[in-house]
Write a new protein. Structure first.
Length: 275
């Protein structure tokens, strides 16, 4: 079976794959690492509509002569989806009460809503809360979406804006043991949430820089730093879930506050503005 991506034959050897679905699953993982997303599938010259994808995936590879996959850059698709979502929020804000109640049922079937659900699930969850439950104000959802759009369109500029937040969260992490010891549980919980939010933003933009070719992805120092930081996060979250507040405080003050700043600086050092 010949496998083509965007019209070019792919030099691969199929080993344990039995059906088209297994081939696609492996390719999608590889494409994701390259910052691409599958947008169209053709088998033996015939396009596969969405309604027939499951049937196509069950096809035995021995029964297929050619598999043609069309892809697009993930950042392009994400930018388009986020821009359209901003328009949706404006549309929602201008509706009367009755139409707002039925907005979500129609909105969730729009192509960019489906894309957001699959590719940006945390943002989609915020959309559900705003459009369906009224738990998030439309203006807040607009601000969140605008921030995410900026991360995609101008990742390096958005990354540089993190530094003041980073300095603030590092200070809060150093103070965390004292907050725990003096019974300031609410403040301690806020610090953990703040740290998690800043961490998510750093790693999210790092991925975007990676996808867009704006970072030296093979740098050993960077890879090591990310691995160590992920291990640290796991240790901190496990201690927090066990309610081991002494360990949480120690990790926050002596490790997390140092490692998150170190990771930020390394990513910034190896980033470049030009794609």
């Amino acid at each position: 079976m010949e496998v083509l991506i965007n019209g070019k034959t792919l030099d691969i050897t199929l080993e344990n794959e039995k059906n088209i679905g297994q081939v696609i699953a492996g390719l999608e993982q590889w494409l994701s690492g390259c910052g691409h997303i599958l947008t169209k599938l053709s088998i033996d010259g015939s396009d596969v509509p969405a309604s027939q994808v499951e049937e196509a995936f069950n096809k035995d590879i021995d029964s297929v002569t050619s598999l043609d996959i069309q892809t697009d850059v993930k950042s392009n698709l994400t930018s388009s989806a986020l821009f359209t979502l901003l328009e949706d929020i404006k549309e929602y804000e201008n509706l009367d009460y009755e139409k707002k109640n039925s907005f979500f049922e129609n909105w969730k079937n729009r192509p960019h809503a489906t894309y957001t659900s699959g590719q940006i699930p945390d943002l989609y969850s915020s959309c559900v809360k705003a459009f369906s439950r009224g738990e998030i104000a439309p203006e807040n959802l607009y601000s969140i979406t605008k921030e995410r759009l900026n991360e995609v369109n101008n990742p390096l500029d958005e990354f540089k804006k993190i530094e003041p937040l980073l300095n603030e969260v590092c200070g809060s992490l150093v103070d965390l043991p004292l907050d725990i010891q003096t019974g300031k549980d609410f403040k301690a919980a806020q610090t953990i949430q703040f740290f998690a939010a800043v961490t998510e933003k750093i790693l999210r933009i790092y991925d975007e820089l990676n996808y867009q070719g704006c970072i030296a992805i093979n740098n050993e120092q960077l890879t090591t730093s990310i691995t160590q930081f992920n291990n640290l996060l796991r240790e901190l979250m496990e201690a927090y879930e066990r309610n081991d507040l002494v360990l949480v405080g120690d990790i926050a003050e002596y490790e997390a506050s140092v490692k998150i700043k170190e990771l930020y600086n390394i990513i910034l050092e190896h980033s470049r503005g030009e794609k």
